[in-house]
Design a protein around this ligand. Sequence first.
Ligand code: SAH
Ligand code: SF4
Ligand code: F3S
Length: 458
Amino acid sequence: MFEQKKQVYIETYGCRMNVADSEVVLALLTNQGYEVTNRITEADIVLVNTCSVRENAERRVYGRLGAFKHLKKKKPEVIIGVLGCMAERLRTKLMGEKANGVGQIVDLIVGPDEYRKVPELVTKAWQGEKGIAVQLSRVETYDDITPLRTDGISAWISVMRGCDKFCTFCVVPFTRGRERSRSLESIVKEVAVLSSRGFKEVTLLGQNVNSYRDGEYDFADLLKAVAEIDRSIRVRFTTSHPQDMSDKLIETIATYPNLCKYIHLPVQSGSDRILELMNRTYDSAHYLLLVEKIRRAIPDVCLSTDIIVGFPTETEEDHERTLELMQEVQYDGAFMFKYSPREHTPAYKMHDGISDEVKTRRINEIIQLQNRISYKKNQQHVGETVQVLVEGESKKSSSEWHGRTDGNKTVIFPRRNFTIGDYINVTIQRANSATLFGMAEENIPKNVDVELPIEVAA
Ligand code: SAH
Ligand code: SF4
Ligand code: F3S
């Protein structure tokens, strides 16, 4: 008799690496005959891929697990699994009685390097056996697994895993283990397949992509190889660590038109004393020189950053240094966070001493400053005609669509008869600190405006 396939539902929190990992997990499960559902009520397996980077991130997941308790009450046969960085960090705690009362409902706990075991652990869970797999690996890259991507135009490709930087505030080296890279060949093959499926943008992912290495190939070689596959595909990457951003990498980005002129370069703080305590391995002078070098080589580059306020012992003076550095760099955008102490990290043992009130005031100050800078920078685009990749309907109105510029700025424009994946010219008419608004001029035939210069096209 025809048997209904088991349905799997997955919710993903945290960074893009987790989004890419969830696609690997879904590939592993669908290869075993499971089917993906977007509706949690229809699911036989409910998975949550988690993040530990800040306390808030963990709190949200505990909240979700609390909600899953009701689900399990109604449907006791449903399997609940916790994947990702919290699985790695909290392990048995999550299955214990004390895990905010959610321990009883969790059937499997799988860390980021053990996803191959998910199908087997699910099978065991059907038989009533709870499972934990949280070994970290020095070699696992899931190189041979084609992630299950829904059709679209943008794909996230994990090119390396882990992190060896050990910034003193960060859990990632503990939850993701040591750095390791996928082979250049397998990444190139994956991008070629995405190109044939009509994808128009790929983002190469790693906690520190500048450490990418496959034999003699470094990250610049990988970017060049990926850029050459299909010139109508935009290539982005994240994240670069300011310590080891090479001249070769900057030149490569400058040379290839389809390597987006957008660099996310987290600075974390403008104070050298704090940068040292964070073990960031660069000082503000090195960082500013790097920015200057990047801007000289790529004049129209857009830059963004991550900043933490309220790191242990941060004084008003240290905070001022951060504001000054932001003024000096003039970032196009920034992700700003209050320091969140994480158990077992070196910073956890440093005296915190900074009250939440002070952290709140400092973060508000940097947010306000960044908003003013972003507003000013976005005003400079008014009157300009920019190339936009059409991505879909705007959130606010079905008669308007949105897309992004090469520099990663969101643009809203009237819909007309464009299709998702078109490159179009938009003349910017107004802007606020987050978005550009404009009129689309015409459809540019694909592949035309993104030709490579002759010397590298050969
Ligand atoms: N590998 C990336 C960052 C990954 S985590 C890099 O080094 O650039 C993303 C951001 O979260 C970090 O850049 C940092 O700004 C922030 N972050 C990490 N740990 C944090 C903590 N304990 N408290 C607050 N913010 C944190
Ligand atoms: Fe964390 Fe630092 Fe590694 Fe980024 S580079 S993941 S902040 S340890
Ligand atoms: Fe979070 Fe893990 Fe990413 S801690 S930020 S999901 S690597």
